[in-house]
Ligand binder design. Sequence first.
Ligand SMILES: [Zn+2]
Length: 188
Amino acid sequence: MVVTPGEHIAIAEEFMPGVGAYERDGEVFAAVVGEPKFDQIEREVRIDSPRKIPRRNVVGSIVYGRIVQVYDKYAVVELFPYNTRRFRLVPPSRLSTIRIANIRRGFVKTVRDEFGVGDWIRAKILKIQKRFYVDLSTEGSRFGVIKAYCPKCRRPLVRRGAALYCPRCKLTVKRKIAEDYGNPVLPR
Ligand SMILES: [Zn+2]
């Protein structure tokens, strides 16, 4: 059972709040996201924070990165580690590539129509060659750009249909957008 902060977990007469819990008016509530553990001997309930287990990326892992270069046939992505509730994910290398065929289904004329330098993306590891050279894919609605900035004024772009738009410069840019663009959610 996973509880979220503010959720009622016990009454103080039965269990005192330990780490990750607090008491208010005789009731015990969760202070963090996690699984409450009831210590029957100490009569205490606590919610341990997730242990950060470093996990190596494998094929199929979700990664987050920033586009650093865009060419007609591929883009170069700088990868970053991230924390989930269960683990910390560390990419196998700092740089990776997305090739034109792995951006989305259907015909892509040039990668320049799909990504721009500075875009933040969520992608999936497609291939790791020689334990170091990483190929990514953004095929599927979960993957693609999660945050992007106007190439002229650097303000965040807003979603407009299948494209992105800068309300200030009245500029529309084409992108391969993830479904949660603008408000991305980390995998658990
Ligand atoms: Zn702008």
